[in-house]
Write a protein of this length. Structure first.
Length: 147
């Protein structure tokens, strides 16, 4: 259980957060800065990691809390149970993207922050395709706990 907790903290929170923060930081400083800003202002990497921290909390509650409660249901065979499990995942990841957008939209020197919502398009497309037979919740349980 200690190994699983370390895996969740190090991989799911710190490493994925550092990766996402770096991508969002670079994207924000290259494409979202207002050219008329004086003096020139840039987004700090620490701010984007803080935004990740705020965005990760609802994801943690949904994917590690709600999914745990729904475990007996979402691990069953059948389309309706797959739909429920996949919907939990799409809601959690949508929350992450939206809270990230809100965190950067709060900065007055950024423009076109709506571009940060773009990951929702492939997310919803993947969700629709997954409903053809790929149970995301069951796959995630296998990744964390084995077969």
């Amino acid at each position: 259980i200690v190994k699983l907790a370390l895996l969740m903290v190090i991989r799911d929170f710190v490493l994925s957060g550092a990766l996402v923060a770096t991508i969002v930081w670079g994207f924000s400083n290259t494409l979202l800065l207002s050219p008329s800003q004086s003096p020139p202002t840039k987004v700090e990497w620490a701010y984007t990691f803080d935004v990740h921290t705020n965005a990760f909390f609802p994801v943690f509650l949904i994917l590690h809390g709600l999914q745990l409660v729904l475990l007996p249901v979402v691990s069953r065979d059948g389309w309706i149970w797959m739909w429920m499990g996949n919907s939990v995942w799409v809601v959690g990841l949508t929350m992450y993207v939206y809270v990230t957008y809100l965190g950067l939209n709060a900065l007055p020197f950024l423009i076109r922050t709506e571009l940060l919502l773009f990951p929702l398009l492939p997310l919803f497309a993947a969700y629709a395709v997954s409903l053809l037979g790929f149970n995301v919740a069951r796959w995630a349980l296998q990744v964390y706990f084995g077969s």
